[in-house]
Design a protein around this ligand. Structure first.
Ligand code: TXE
Length: 452
């Protein structure tokens, strides 16, 4: 097959065919990237910064177009999709500050001058999943380009359209041809070629833990650094001393946003036993008020799931589950799934595996130590939240939970200027934040003898 067909998840209808790259296509793209990277890295830092700012402006000018593509291709609500497109422009603008700030060190060494340089890797391969197609792409390509690399990027088979458009916008904004290429095709061919090709010197992978481990193993054979953003089973911990109304009102957004297809989804709610019943009473109206429907409407909170097959996987988690209550979803065409709250035990499948859908498992805990133990009772360690009015407890629990990104009395986890990434089976390395561009460089130390 030389192409694959995209399905609108809101209608279940096919709407476009996209080319499927061959091995020769990928190798040719990598060869072009090698060429383009040399010229790009040789530019003055300000020239690279200006080019990225021009790319950011082009994205800003096309926010509505990019958002509309994401609504059709991914079923994201239009409000979220506009935020995502604007976020890409912000990541580019933030990264545009990096070329002039990639300072090395001067280290005192007798008899000369010793300095370090942040050298770009060369060509970086970025493999992107279908859940946040443009934002996750930008977390890789913007800092990688800022640091002087070329990028070859493979979007997910299901959701390539916004990445393809971003590749076109980069060219329209004046980035050199070959510097940022988007290659559509399968993970096992295009993604694997990034892993095995000797000229791709770093790989960034976001997706399932299973495939991430394979990507890392392949990269190890080529001694290639890898950044991995993988699965999650994050806990939302609600203590008895919390503002329960606020905690309950915020809980649906923390797990049902993007239909739960979010690595940071707080898919386990741990509630202190003394307020467990009260919290569920408060949660129910918040869940039923969660608006699931046409993603092109401004007042929609949640659209459909990404595919029919994924809906089957999500539904399988409800087999034998103790459902407390559900919200609503449209009937008919499209991959709809109503938000669902399940009462669970720590050993249940629903409490252990990533569902990646709008299903949350609620469990009681007894005290602070029990809360930390339960929160850490998972292979994952990406995100998490805790709700308490006790400052000392907030500090103790935040330090005790083994996750890369935590929030107290809030569910916010993603900002382009703060570091993001997971511990344990949730990943390796960090994206975003002050050091994002530096992660796309390797340090070179040079000693200049000054003895006459
Ligand atoms: O992911 P894959 P899938 C989890 C989530 C979801 C499940 C499966 O639970 O239900 O994974 O999703 C490319 N070499 N997450 O199947 O297969 C693939 O083409 C190189 C969580 O979509 O991991 C795509 O571009 N690349 C996660 C990307 O990897 C390969 C986000 C991700 O696909 C490859 C996504 C290979 N051998 C899924 N095989 C999160 N937590 O954010 C596939 N790919």
């Amino acid at each position: 097959m030389t192409s694959f067909t995209l399905i609108d998840p809101t209608t279940g209808q096919a709407f476009r065919d996209v080319p499927r790259a061959t091995l020769d296509d990928v190798d040719a793209a990598i060869a072009r990237a090698v060429d383009a990277q040399r010229g790009w890295a040789a530019l003055a830092p300000v020239a690279r910064a200006d080019a990225l700012r021009a790319f950011a402006r082009a994205v800003e000018d096309h926010v509505d177009e990019l958002a509309a593509l994401e609504v059709q291709n991914s079923g994201h609500p239009i409000g979220s999709a506009r935020w995502e497109a604007s976020h890409v422009a912000q990541v580019l603008n933030f990264s545009a500050g990096a070329p002039e700030r990639l300072s090395g060190q001067q280290i005192p060494v007798a008899g000369g001058l010793d300095v370090t340089f942040h050298e770009p890797y060369g060509v970086v391969g970025i493999i992107v999943p279908w859940n946040f197609p443009m934002t996750i792409a930008s977390w890789g390509f913007a800092p990688a380009l800022a640091a002087g690399n070329a990028v070859v990027l493979k979007p997910a088979e299901l959701t390539p359209l916004t990445a393809v458009r971003l590749g076109e916008l980069a060219l329209e904004a004046g980035l050199p041809a070959g510097l940022f290429q988007v290659i559509t095709g399968s993970g096992s061919l295009v993604g694997q070629r990034f892993v095995t090709h000797p000229d791709v010197r770093k790989v960034v992978f976001t997706g399932s833990t299973e495939v991430g481990v394979e990507v890392a193993a392949g990269c190890a054979r080529g001694l290639k650094p890898v950044t991995l953003e993988l699965g999650g089973k994050s806990a939302n911990i609600v203590f008895a001393d919390a503002d329960l109304e606020k905690a309950a009102a915020a809980a649906p957004g923390a797990v049902f946003d993007n239909a739960g297809q979010d690595c940071c989804a707080r898919s386990r709610i741990l509630v202190q036993r003394s307020v467990y019943d009260r919290f569920l009473e408060l949660l129910e109206p918040a869940v039923t008020a969660w608006r699931v429907g046409d993603p092109s409407r401004d007042d929609t909170d949640m659209g459909p799931l990404i595919s029919s097959a994924h809906r089957d996987t999500v539904a399988s988690f409800l087999d034998g589950a103790d459902i407390a209550f559900r919200g609503s979803a449209p009937d008919g065409d499209g991959w709809w799934f109503a938000p669902t709250v399940v009462l669970a035990q720590p050993e249940d499948r629903i409490a252990r595996e990533e569902v990646f859908g709008p299903v949350v498992a609620v469990m009681p805990f007894d005290d602070e130590a029990d809360a930390i133990r339960l929160a850490n009772d998972t292979i994952y360690g990406l995100a998490g939240s805790l709700w308490t009015e006790n400052l000392g407890r907030a500090v103790r629990v935040a330090r005790g939970v083994k996750s890369g990104v935590l929030s107290v009395n809030s569910h916010a986890s993603v900002r382009y200027w703060t570091p993001f990434g997971g511990m344990k089976a949730s990943g390796l390395g960090r994206e975003l934040g002050p050091d994002a561009a530096e992660h796309f460089t390797e340090t070179k130390n040079v000693f200049f003898a000054t003895d006459a």
